[in-house]
Design a protein. Structure first.
Length: 393
């Protein structure tokens, strides 16, 4: 069977690409259903984009690479598509947009779009062989126990990265990129919880509070969640993309809180009150109990000098921790790194030295922040490849 374009991967980027291609288009995925990452995202409501998405919200060895695709297909373009399909949505914190109903609405929208474009979709299909030909590519795939020989002019790598292998992630795009001589940047788990081998936070599991997490590269002001393995929540996930093994992170537990003034005022008004009692009014009580084992906070408020209060505030605003590692690809929301952008056109996503080969979405060395940014990259890069293919007829 001959196709103009074959897209490997029926995730966000692959479906978006198919919706904008022309000619005979086939989307292939080994999963039992398309859009599995879309389905589970946002607690089942899909954080489908972010109102503030821009190139500064993405990590890449070439920070300029994503600019073209993001400018050509913006968050507002995707929001317009969502509106055309009568999908109700709402904004949460920091510009994050979610479906009012279900993430399945986004999947169905994309399936409707690829049906409108005339593209075919094969799920439960595995690629067995791939080679370059004079006119494009030749593939052998297995579907429902039958092997099929396929040829195409354009081949799009949209199989994602290594994150969440239980959902079928394999790094196939990286293997194909290597086969055709495309370079790779280092890959690692990103948007992933930190772990501590000594289980020090197991008694705090479930405690959450607003914090500032930082290292020497950046900082994030978001919620922190203690788990039996370590640190999670938006702040930890965000910082994990900028962290390397062996590095310390800094935790500010009293971000934007004038704790010194509050404690000094209470010392004047309620000096007989225990310091830990007053702290438990400002921070989760379980956290205060835990910290009291490591930071001097004994006695009543009246017993505390200004110096002691200042030292306490410093300890709570600059808590240094060194994670043992992260939970890895098992729970990582995305993969950092991937196919080197120097080998791709930023306007079309086509490989510079392999005509007809395209790479989009998470497979590429472009990784977004938490909060809908990675979906926006999928929409923008998929649109870039799809329209480029369509323009060639």
């Amino acid at each position: 069977m001959t196709y103009d374009t074959i897209i490997l991967g029926a995730g966000a980027a692959g479906l978006m690409c198919a919706a904008h291609c022309v000619g005979r288009v086939l989307v292939i995925d080994h999963a039992k259903a398309p859009g599995e990452k879309i389905r589970i995202s946002g607690g089942g409501r899909c954080n489908f984009t972010n109102m503030y998405a821009g190139s500064g919200n993405f990590l890449s060895q070439n920070p300029h690479f994503c600019k073209s695709a993001l400018a050509r297909y913006t968050q507002w373009d995707f929001i317009e598509m969502v509106g055309r399909h009568d999908i109700a949505w709402h904004e949460k914190t920091l510009g994050q947009l979610f479906c009012d109903g279900s993430s399945k609405q986004i999947i169905q929208m994309l399936l409707d779009e690829i049906e409108r474009a005339g593209a075919e979709l094969w799920v439960r299909t595995e690629m067995k062989d791939l080679r370059k030909t004079d006119t494009g590519f030749a593939l052998t795939v297995e579907r429902e126990g039958q092997r099929h020989a396929l040829t195409c002019t354009n081949l799009v790598l949209a199989t994602g990265g290594k994150s969440i292998p239980k959902m079928g992630a394999t790094g196939l795009a990286y293997d194909i990129a290597h086969q055709f001589g495309l370079r790779m940047t280092e890959t690692r788990a990103a948007l992933v919880p930190f772990t501590f081998s000594d289980g020090r936070f197991k008694d705090l599991s479930g405690v959450s509070l607003p914090t500032r997490l930082s290292n020497d590269r950046t900082s994030f002001d978001e919620a922190l969640l203690f788990t039996h393995r370590g640190l999670s929540g938006p702040a930890a996930l965000q910082l994990s993309s900028y962290w390397r093994e062996g590095e310390a992170i800094r935790v500010n537990l009293i971000q934007d809180m004038p704790l010194f003034d509050l404690l000094r005022d209470q010392r004047q008004n309620s000096g007989r009150k225990a310091l830990t009692t007053e702290l438990s009014r400002q921070l989760p009580a379980r956290l205060v109990d835990f910290l009291s084992q490591h930071i001097p906070m004994h006695g009543n408020l009246a017993d505390q000098s200004d110096t002691a209060l200042s030292d306490l505030v410093e300890a709570l605003s600059n808590w240094h921790l060194t994670p043992s590692g992260t939970e890895g690809y098992r729970t990582a929301e995305v993969t950092l790194g991937g196919i080197d952008t120097d080998d791709l056109s930023s306007k079309t996503m086509e490989a510079r030295d392999v005509p007809g080969l395209y790479a989009i979405g998470e497979a590429v060395d472009v990784t977004g922040w938490l909060g809908g940014y990675n979906f926006q990259w999928a929409w923008s890069s998929g649109h870039a490849a799809g329209t480029a293919i369509a323009s060639r007829g």
